[in-house]
Design a binder for this molecule. Structure first.
Ligand SMILES: *[C@@H]1O[C@H](CO)[C@@H](O)[C@H](O)[C@H]1NC(C)=O
Ligand SMILES: *[C@@H]1O[C@H](CO)[C@@H](O)[C@H](O)[C@H]1NC(C)=O
Ligand SMILES: *[C@@H]1O[C@H](CO)[C@@H](O)[C@H](O)[C@H]1NC(C)=O
Ligand SMILES: *[C@@H]1O[C@H](CO)[C@@H](O)[C@H](O)[C@H]1NC(C)=O
Ligand SMILES: *[C@@H]1O[C@H](CO)[C@@H](O)[C@H](O)[C@H]1NC(C)=O
Ligand SMILES: *[C@@H]1O[C@H](CO)[C@@H](O)[C@H](O)[C@H]1NC(C)=O
Ligand SMILES: *[C@@H]1O[C@H](CO)[C@@H](O)[C@H](O)[C@H]1NC(C)=O
Ligand SMILES: *[C@@H]1O[C@H](CO)[C@@H](O)[C@H](O)[C@H]1NC(C)=O
Ligand SMILES: *[C@@H]1O[C@H](CO)[C@@H](O)[C@H](O)[C@H]1NC(C)=O
Ligand SMILES: *[C@@H]1O[C@H](CO)[C@@H](O)[C@H](O)[C@H]1NC(C)=O
Length: 446
């Protein structure tokens, strides 16, 4: 019985000792293992060292799922890798400048999804870096000179952080080509915020808290900018010439904001602009002169606003426009011949509005139009002459209106039409008045 008890005691002791040694192993003995040709040692969440065991060209090293909390100084022993990522399964919060020595070839560094606190000269050892990604690090401020020394940096991603303010000395990186600041909490773009970024081509400020306090100098200096995204903010106004320095801009995204009015001249100097996105705003009407100066514009997206009427002259001078989306508004009237300058327009989207009448001449000038969608409106008849001159039209959607009459003469000139959609109208009535049309509609439907 005693022996039996002793045995149990021994077992318990062994178990206790085992537990203790495991504890010890965790706290005292580093863990080393190989990833491709690299030996990686870490200890209590700190990355101790990374050595290349033999020399093969290593383009990218992923150090992941180690629950790292920090990187030791001089941990990298002259690695030849050009890419390094800690983006998954770590929570690095202990880093300083000295951690990034020994990476002479490094071009790409991802510290995404960590808790890296920025500090002065943090990346100064990484002069060859071209792409630095710091997404999702709970960063709320950017100390001065954080990016000092990154003289080759082309792309910087700071998306999904908590940055509330930006200042003109944050981004002193003249080589920068692409800057992502999306999904932060930025409330304003102060004057000269990006003025050092003379090479910048892409600026992403989507999903922030911008409202209306831009100044004429907010975007000053960005005269190589190609794309500016301000989508998904709370912007109520973009007037006052805030875009006038963006003379090379190709794409301007202002969708999903609260813009209620656009003043004439807002886009005046954007003579290279190709695409303008204004969807999901609160525009109630388009003032004549808004689009002046946009001579190269190809696409305008104004769907899902509160537009009520489209008046003559609003689209004046847009003679390179190819696509115009006015769908999902509250348009009841289209007066004059507002599309007459749009001689290259191929696509016109007017569906989901409240248009009840369209006079002959409304579509005057649209000789290249191939696609017209008038579905989900309140049209009751199609008048002769409405589609005059629209010889290129291929697809015409008139579905879900209250149409009971289409004069055969109204569609006779649409010689290239191969798709007409009439469902959701009084088809029996149309059949009696215009049997030819109905036949072609039936054919295209089958
Ligand atoms: C890396 O760290 C481990 C564990 O501390 C150590 O045994 C090894 O010598 C270190 N290697 C280098 C090259 O410093
Ligand atoms: C890290 O863990 C995630 C989720 O468990 C897994 O999908 C991924 O492949 C792992 N990465 C590496 C390099 O082991
Ligand atoms: C790294 O390389 C430099 C220069 O080639 C050399 O002076 C240094 O000793 C090397 N360090 C290590 C840890 O191998
Ligand atoms: C941010 O990182 C955490 C892990 O550190 C992850 O759980 C979360 O999904 C990430 N969020 C985004 C938006 O990527
Ligand atoms: C935008 O404004 C609306 C109403 O004014 C508010 O409910 C919403 O939280 C704001 N969104 C942001 C991102 O600030
Ligand atoms: C910008 O707008 C925000 C929100 O309305 C406000 O808190 C801030 O003081 C404004 N800044 C300036 C310079 O007007
Ligand atoms: C607008 O563009 C013209 C021609 O490129 C230029 O002379 C003028 O200075 C620009 N206006 C502003 C306010 O930048
Ligand atoms: C168009 O709508 C605006 C705003 O609702 C209104 O001020 C203007 O008079 C309207 N124009 C026409 C021709 O109906
Ligand atoms: C016209 O717009 C409606 C949306 O109201 C859409 O369902 C339909 O597919 C469009 N027609 C064509 C021919 O694309
Ligand atoms: C459709 O037209 C037929 C024939 O003119 C008419 O009898 C019927 O009432 C109309 N239906 C509707 C819903 O307007």
């Amino acid at each position: 019985m005693l022996r039996y008890f002793q045995l149990i005691l021994q077992v318990v002791l062994v178990l206790l000792v085992n537990d203790a040694t495991q504890e010890k192993m965790f706290s005292e003995v580093p863990i080393c293992f190989d990833i491709i040709n690299c030996n990686v040692c870490h200890h209590n969440g700190m990355l101790l060292n990374v050595t290349e065991s033999y020399s093969i060209f290593l383009s990218h090293l992923d150090i992941q799922n180690l629950s790292l909390v920090g990187i030791w100084e001089n941990a990298f022993k002259n690695l030849t890798t050009t890419g390094l990522s800690f983006a998954e399964g770590n929570q690095i919060s202990v880093v300083k400048k000295e951690c990034f020595r020994g990476l002479p070839e490094l071009s790409l560094l991802s510290l995404d999804n960590n808790l890296v606190p920025l500090s002065r000269h943090l990346f100064a050892e990484l002069g060859g870096l071209t792409w630095l990604s710091l997404k999702n690090n709970s960063i709320d401020s950017i100390p001065e000179d954080t990016f000092a020394g990154l003289s080759n940096l082309r792309k910087l991603s700071l998306g999904f952080n908590r940055i509330t303010a930006i200042r003109s000395n944050f981004f002193l990186i003249p080589s920068l080509y692409k800057l992502d600041l999306n999904n932060n909490e930025i409330i304003e773009v102060p004057p000269y915020a990006f003025s050092a970024l003379t090479q910048l081509a892409f600026l992403n400020l989507e999903h922030n808290k911008l409202q209306k306090n831009f100044t004429t100098d907010s975007f000053r200096g960005l005269n190589q900018l190609i794309s500016l995204s301000l989508n998904n903010n709370n912007i109520t106004s973009v007037s006052g010439g805030i875009f006038r320095h963006l003379v090379k801009l190709f794409i301007l995204l202002l969708g999903h904001n609260q813009i209620g009015i656009l003043e004439p001249g807002t886009f005046k100097n954007l003579s290279h602009l190709r695409s303008l996105f204004l969807q999901h705003n609160k525009l109630t009407h388009l003032t004549v002169g808004i689009f002046d100066g946009l001579t190269e514009l190809r696409n305008i997206y104004i769907y899902n606003n509160y537009l009520q009427n489209i008046t003559a002259d609003v689209f004046r001078g847009l003679n390179n426009l190819q696509s115009l989306s006015l769908n999902e508004n509250r348009i009841t009237s289209v007066t004059g011949s507002p599309f007459r300058d749009l001689v290259k327009l191929e696509e016109l989207l007017l569906q989901q509005n409240e248009i009840s009448t369209l006079e002959p001449g409304t579509f005057q000038g649209l000789s290249r139009l191939t696609y017209l969608n008038l579905s989900n409106n309140k049209l009751s008849y199609i008048v002769v002459g409405l589609f005059a001159g629209m010889f290129e039209m291929q697809s015409l959607d008139l579905s879900y209106n209250n149409i009971y009459t289409i004069d055969p003469g109204a569609v006779a000139n649409l010689i290239n039409l191969h798709n007409i959609i009439l469902v959701g109208n009084n088809v029996t009535e149309i059949a009696m008045k215009c049997p030819v049309l109905l036949k072609s509609a039936m054919q295209s439907a089958s």
